[in-house]
Design a protein around this ligand. Structure first.
Ligand code: NAD
Ligand code: UGA
Length: 463
């Protein structure tokens, strides 16, 4: 089957960049990204390319090249479904906040709504691709809805999970480690897989395109995220032991990372991992394991989350303890609010939880992040429902300049590893602060000895 029209439901962090790259690399395919969120679609269509809703290095150029040529953003979901041969589902799959599986299971209501809408609208055969991260065996549910509520047309369901990381999304999409496609073993299933392979073959070498059955593909995505997060919790666990023993976690990470069986990536000790996916996907994995009665499997993976929560709490506790057991009315400056550098995404950022703890201790939090607005910071804190919105607003000060954010402050906490933090005039910052001037480097990015030479009391993670 020659693919000429693709639709993607969900214009978020995955749908937007993924489809922009497909459109850039496949100029003969018309790619339409649809979303219910009118504001988001309007931002994707904004004439000023700086206003697209997601900040990712290089994304503006890709969108500028393809938008209006063969890349379109629209709220007309039905039209896009009707016209497309391949429909990607790239909607959010957050942790359930109600009912059975609350706080653990993935909430599949948006997925089901998509499936029902596709079934209702489709008048010819479609390939439906799961791009969202889903519990293993979700394709079965999607298939059941499509086959039972559709207009008698044939649907093939493929699983094609996305492995991009935010901040490097465009590079990851252009040069993926692998493209994973899971499909039915039937001849029709294999034909659908082939159609999707042909799309990716426009820029991805054949040896990087891996095909499996649907269940392996769905489970591989959850497994990949669990393994990645587990490495961070493992090194963070060691960071606490380093602090007690005089070992340095950066040295330990380097020493073990040189073992080619372990590898050097994803061994940076930190204030804790954030982001919309690691916690959600592991909780989901734990829930699935429990639902099969595999309690030891569930406990094993849950420990990754427990360790991560501990690491965030330990960071805020240490600030309070070091500042003579009180931060009440003290100004504590947060450098960074995003969950990692080079993104404006703050979902599950460690900064939110550290700030929440410190505001409980009556601290005033001064925030500077190059890409995150005050509105977002306050929305993140309000979402926790720890206190009223007006109390949050009273306790959070926002700055668009790091030097003002640090002025008169008692301590600086580095929550995100933005490169620009390293380049600051730290002498100037020191001169403007209360003394003793503390720096808590939750990312181990600053030069500790150099800061100590200026006069700072410097504490990194794990040393
Ligand atoms: P997101 O919240 O940024 O985007 C999802 C979009 O889907 C929203 O704009 C929402 O309005 C839209 N939507 C929801 N229901 C809809 C419907 N019925 N019709 C039309 N639009 C609808 O989420 P995201 O970060 O892009 O994540 C999407 C999925 O991809 C999740 O399953 C996530 O686990 C997975 N994933 C995310 C990343 C990442 O880096 N963010 C990476 C890999 C995989
Ligand atoms: C992660 C995975 O890396 C992607 O492969 C996956 O597609 C994605 O989740 C997803 O499914 O959503 P992402 O969360 O965007 O990507 O970013 P990561 O680079 O994985 O970082 C996650 C968190 O871990 C960040 O808070 C980061 O600062 C932290 N981290 C990362 C560490 O603390 N130490 C490290 O060594 C690496």
């Amino acid at each position: 089957m020659k693919i000429t029209k693709i639709c993607c439901i969900g214009a978020g962090y995955v749908g937007g960049p993924t489809m922009a790259v497909i459109a850039q690399k496949c100029p003969e395919i018309q790619v339409t990204v649809v979303d219910l969120n009118e504001e988001r679609i309007a931002a994707w269509n904004d004439e000023d390319i700086n206003n697209i809703p997601i900040y990712e290095p290089g994304l503006d150029k890709v969108v500028a090249e393809a938008r209006g040529r063969n890349l379109f953003f629209s709220t007309d979901v039905e039209k896009a479904i009707d016209e497309a041969q391949i429909i990607f589902i790239s909607v959010n799959t957050p942790t359930k906040t109600y009912g059975k599986g609350k706080g653990m299971a993935a909430d599949l209501k948006y997925i089901e709504l998509c499936a029902r809408q596709i079934a209702r609208v489709a008048k010819d055969n479609k390939i439906v691709v799961e791009k969202s991260t889903l519990p293993v065996r979700t394709a079965e549910a999607i298939k059941s809805i499509l086959d039972n509520t559709g207009n008698g047309v044939q649907f093939q369901i493929l699983s094609n999970p996305e492995f991009l990381a935010e901040g490097t999304a465009v590079q990851d999409l252009l040069n993926p480690d692998r493209i994973l496609i899971g499909g039915d073993t039937t001849p029709e299933g294999q034909k659908a897989i082939q159609a999707l392979i042909e799309v990716y073959s426009n820029w991805v070498p054949a040896d990087k395109i891996l095909t499996t059955n649907v269940w392996s593909s769905e489970l591989s995505k959850l497994t990949a995220n669990a393994f990645l997060a587990q490495r961070i919790s493992s090194i963070n666990a060691m960071s606490e032991l380093c602090e007690k023993t005089g070992a340095d976690v950066n040295e330990v990470a380097k020493a073990i990372g040189m073992d080619s069986r372990i590898g050097s990536k994803f061994l940076k000790a930190s204030v804790g991992f954030g982001g919309s996916c690691f916690q959600k996907d592991i909780l989901n994995l734990v829930y699935i394991a429990k639902s099969y009665g595999l309690n030891e499997v569930a406990d094993y993976w849950e420990q990754v989350i427990i360790m991560n929560d501990h690491q965030k709490r330990r960071f805020s506790n240490n600030i309070v303890q070091t500042l003579y057991n009180t931060v009440s009315d003290k100004k504590i400056t947060f450098l960074g609010w995003a969950f990692k550098k080079d993104t404006n995404d703050t979902r599950e950022s460690a900064a939110i939880y550290v700030a929440d703890d410190l505001i409980n201790e009556n601290a005033k939090i001064a925030v500077y992040d190059p890409k995150v607005s005050r509105k977002k910071v306050l929305a993140d804190l309000d979402y926790l429902q720890t206190r009223t919105a007006s109390t949050n607003a009273d306790n959070v000060l926002s700055f668009d300049n790091p030097y003002d954010a640090c002025k008169n402050s008692h301590a600086i906490a580095v929550l995100t590893e933005w490169d620009e933090f390293i380049q600051y005039d730290w002498q100037k910052i020191y001169d403007s602060m209360q003394k003793p001037a503390f720096v808590f480097d939750g990312r181990n990015i600053l030069n500790g000895p150099a800061l100590e030479a200026i006069g700072f009391v410097y504490q990194g993670i794990g040393s």
